[in-house]
Design a protein around this ligand. Structure first.
Ligand code: SAH
Length: 344
């Protein structure tokens, strides 16, 4: 990496400070910001309403992060998975999913992950490094550029734990949500977490209208610990309390993700126990048959167990969906493409 300023990571306020520090007028910050985030140009000489002197100054001091697509795989159902190379040659993966209601991009928040969930391919090599704001934005901008599709939804559900890269995540949301940027409504942004309790409390205070998804995957801490090492640090009951606080403060419905693993968390008893935990909460459960990865021998639940699980929850008035599996034929599940690439 060079030592230039990572200008794509800057908010308008930070750009204003930058302008003042290089003896330029403050109003330039908004122009530059729009070029970067609304028109999404890749070079300073395309910023035609800036004087040439300023273009040159920016060129000398700053760098516009751009991700380099090294692989693109399209599934039969239209889902496209992208593998991007960063400036330091690390790779991240992102997915474009097309639904009737619009196009959704799933992005990574870290290179690798240190949360250690047993069924997840992203965490096997541990955490390599945090992503920059510009690298999170870059995944969305590049997919928009490559596909030519308007992006209406963002899910931060790719590789990494977004609440383990908290400040970057918050800045990413601010920029992608801004009117002078891509202007993606907060309600169309979902952040998925394995449940870092103190950060959930902090997020509740940010006053954002985003959707929070919690990777719960178990009806109690004993089972959760077998799948998710974070359960050793973050107690189940305390996690549920943090979720209740989040709902209270934001009035937003939480999504609980529950990957069904055969013989581990998919029994009728598990469904009944989960119903008791979630009863009365403003929430929604998303059931996902676990995606089998070659490094682990977890099997996904059979159809009968999946439907039985859903029926128990619905009988207890908990709204439940079974996730439509997209991109199964292209290893679109967390971290699989990056992992296959890195192995080579
Ligand atoms: N770290 C965040 C976001 C990334 S993982 C989190 O834990 O939520 C995104 C979602 O995919 C999580 O719910 C995660 O538990 C789930 N997931 C990961 N690997 C999976 C697999 N092999 N099958 C099904 N779901 C998986």
């Amino acid at each position: 990496m060079n030592n230039k300023i990572d200008i794509l990571s800057m908010t308008i306020e930070e750009l204003s400070d930058l302008m003042l520090s290089i003896d330029e007028k403050k109003f330039r910050s908004k122009q530059i910001y729009q070029w970067l985030h609304e028109k999404r140009v890749c070079s300073f000489n395309e910023m035609t309403n800036l004087p040439k002197v300023l273009q040159d100054k920016l060129e000398e001091k700053c760098n516009i992060t751009k991700l380099n697509k090294i692989r693109q795989v399209k599934s039969k159902d239209g889902t496209i998975k992208y593998l991007f190379e960063l400036n330091d040659h690390n790779v991240v993966e992102s997915v474009l999913m097309s639904y009737k209601h619009g196009n959704s991009v799933c992005i990574s928040s870290q290179v690798g992950c240190r949360m250690g969930c047993k069924f997840c391919a992203s965490t096997i090599g541990g955490l390599e490094r945090q992503l920059l704001v510009s690298e999170m934005l870059g995944q969305v901008y590049e997919i928009n550029r490559l596909s030519g599709k308007k992006i209406s939804n963002i899910v931060v559900m790719g590789t990494g734990e977004p609440l383990d890269n908290y400040n970057v995540l918050i800045k990413f949301i601010e920029i992608i949500n801004s009117k002078e940027g891509m202007n993606i409504g907060a309600r169309n942004i979902t952040v998925s977490t394995c449940g870092i309790i103190d950060k959930i409390y902090e997020l509740a205070e940010e006053n954002l209208q985003i959707t929070l998804a919690i990777s719960l995957h178990a009806p109690n801490n004993t089972i959760r610990k077998t799948l998710m090492p974070v359960a050793n640090i973050y107690d189940y009951e305390q996690l549920i309390n943090a979720c209740k606080d989040y709902i209270d403060k934001t009035k937003r419905r939480i999504t609980f993700e529950y990957s069904l693993v055969r013989g581990v968390n998919d029994s009728k008893e598990c469904a009944l126990e989960l119903s008791k935990v979630l009863k009365g909460m403003l929430c929604h459960v998303n059931l996902i048959p676990v995606n089998e990865i070659s490094e682990r021998n977890y099997r996904h639940s059979n159809k009968d167990s999946i439907y039985r699980f859903r029926d128990v929850l619905e009988n207890n008035k908990i709204t439940t969906t079974i996730r439509r599996e997209l991109g199964g034929d292209i290893n679109a599940a967390c971290g699989q493409l990056r992992r296959t690439y890195n192995k080579k």
